[in-house]
Design a protein around this ligand. Structure first.
Ligand code: ZN
Length: 267
C-alpha cells in the first residue's frame, strides 16, 4: 500500500514522495471549497491544504535532518492524507539519539508557530481555523495547525512522537525491548480508547471529534504500526542474540582464521 506513491523531488538528498490517496484528499478539499464559495473557495481550500502539508513536510524534515546528523540514512519522506512519515534506514538503539530525532519534529512546529504568532493579535482563538480567504486568515489557520500538530504528535501513542519520546526515556533505565513493549502497550490502549470514544461516545473528547473518519483511520493505523514495530524490535533482538551465540560457540575457529597467515588455496 505504501508503495502506491510518486516521487516529487529531493530536499538535501531526502526523497519526498506523495501517496496517491493524497490526490483524493486534495480533490475533496477543492470540491468542498468550490461547493461553498465557487472558484475562490476552491483556490483557498487548495492553498490551505498544500500549506498545511508543507508544514507536515517541515516537521518530517526536522526528524530527518537530525537523523542524518547522527549518521542515519533517510530513505524518503512519504506524505499521506493522515500525515507524513520519514522512513529511516535503521532505528537508533541509543535513547539519546531517538530522543533528539523525535523532539526535532514538534520543535519545528513550535518554531513555525512562533513566526506566525504576530498574525494572532486581534483575532479570536489561538487554535481555530480561519475561513476568511485572506493571507492573514491563512497564516492564522497555519498557526492553529502547527500548534495542534506539535501537541497532537506529543500524545504518548507509540509510534507517534510522544510514544517514541516515552520509549527513549524508558530505554535510559530499561532494556530496549522492554522499553518498546511498555511504550507500544500504552500506545495500543490509548489508540483503542481514541477509536472507541469516536465510535461509541462522539463528542466526549473534543479534539478527536471534528473528523471522526480520519481519527478512526489514523488511530487504527497507529495501533497496527506500534504492534509491527514492537515485533520488528523483538525479531531484531532475537537475531542479534542468535548471531552473538553463534560467534561465541565458534570463537576458536574464528580466532584461528583471523590469526592464520597462510594464503588460501586457489581453486
Ligand atoms: Zn513527528
Amino acid at each position: 500500500m505504501l508503495s502506491w506513491s510518486i516521487n516529487l523531488f529531493r530536499i538535501r538528498g531526502i526523497q519526498l514522495s506523495l501517496h496517491f490517496s493524497f490526490f483524493l484528499l486534495l480533490g475533496y478539499a477543492a470540491w468542498e471549497g468550490f461547493w461553498d464559495e465557487g472558484l475562490n473557495g476552491l483556490l483557498w481550500s487548495s492553498i490551505l491544504l498544500i500549506s498545511f502539508f508543507t508544514c507536515v513536510v517541515l516537521h518530517e524534515l526536522g526528524h530527518s535532518l537530525m537523523a542524518k546528523y547522527f549518521g542515519i540514512q533517510v530513505r524518503r519522506i512519504l506524505l499521506m492524507p493522515i500525515g507524513g512519515m520519514a522512513e529511516f534506514e535503521t532505528i537508533p538503539k541509543e535513547p539519546y539519539k531517538e530522543l533528539w530525532i523525535t523532539v526535532a519534529g514538534p520543535a519545528v512546529n513550535a518554531v513555525i508557530a512562533c513566526f506566525l504568532i504576530p498574525f494572532f493579535w486581534g483575532s479570536g482563538s489561538l487554535v481555530s481555523l480561519d475561513n476568511t480567504n485572506s493571507f492573514a486568515g491563512l497564516m492564522r489557520s497555519l498557526l492553529a495547525a502547527n500548534i495542534i500538530m506539535g501537541l497532537f504528535n506529543l500524545i504518548p501513542v507509540f509510534p507517534m512522537d510522544g510514544g517514541r519520546i516515552l520509549r527513549a526515556l524508558l530505554a535510559f533505565k530499561l532494556p530496549y525491548v522492554r522499553a518498546t513493549f511498555f511504550a507500544a502497550s500504552l500506545g495500543k490502549v490509548l489508540a483503542l480508547i481514541a477509536v472507541c470514544s469516536v465510535v461509541f461516545f462522539p463528542g466526549y473528547i473534543p479534539f478527536l471529534s471534528p473528523n471522526p473518519v480520519i481519527t478512526v483511520i489514523l488511530f487504527s493505523f497507529i495501533f497496527f504500526a506500534g504492534e509491527s514495530e514492537y515485533r520488528y524490535i523483538l525479531r531484531r533482538e532475537k537475531e542479534e542474540r542468535y548471531i552473538k551465540t553463534l560467534i561465541e560457540q565458534n570463537r576458536a575457529i574464528i580466532d584461528t582464521l583471523a590469526t592464520s597467515t597462510e594464503e588460501p588455496p586457489f581453486l
